[in-house]
Design a protein around this ligand. Structure first.
Ligand SMILES: [Cu+2]
Length: 149
């Protein structure tokens, strides 16, 4: 084996090693979502033990209405180990609610309510944001999901 072939082989192996390392880091990151959330296979029905939270996206905030009638803006309050169903609607244009650390995403479409059920597993503060460009103050549509124990 001449030295040129040897060098090419070494470079190729280094690139493969880097790609494998990046893949392992990403798989671990995505797999970590499972520790934060339990989500039913079928999101078209509301699980029997689920608490419904009405979510409204509008230019430019998220409003949450809880079972007891209270509301919060840009803060979602839930409890670990309880099941919740977000029933999501929009007042104006299309928005898209994303909670990145939970891998949870649901569209808010005017005239077409969507829902997603989930069970937060770990206490903490999780950022959420709108990931569908919805006008000049789109960047303001972010807040925190506060998971209490
Ligand atoms: Cu939006």
């Amino acid at each position: 084996m001449n030295s040129k072939v040897k060098h090419e082989l070494i470079y190729s192996l280094v690139v493969i090693a880097i790609l494998l390392a990046v893949a392992v880091v990403n798989i671990n990151y995505i797999d970590g979502h499972k520790a934060n959330i339990a989500q039913p296979e079928n999101n078209s029905t509301v699980p029997a033990n689920s608490t419904i939270i009405h979510v409204t996206g509008y230019q430019w905030a998220w409003s949450f209405t809880y079972a007891n009638g209270t509301t919060s803006t840009d803060k979602l309050y839930v409890q670990a180990g309880h099941n919740y169903t977000l029933q999501v609607q929009s007042k104006d244009v299309i928005h898209d609610l994303l909670i990145p650390s939970l891998g949870l995403q649901v569209y808010a479409v005017p005239g077409h309510p969507n829902q997603v059920s989930f069970e937060p597993m770990k206490k903490g503060s999780y950022i959420f944001e709108c990931v569908e460009y919805c006008g000049q103050d789109h960047y303001l549509m972010r807040g925190y999901m506060e998971v209490s124990s």
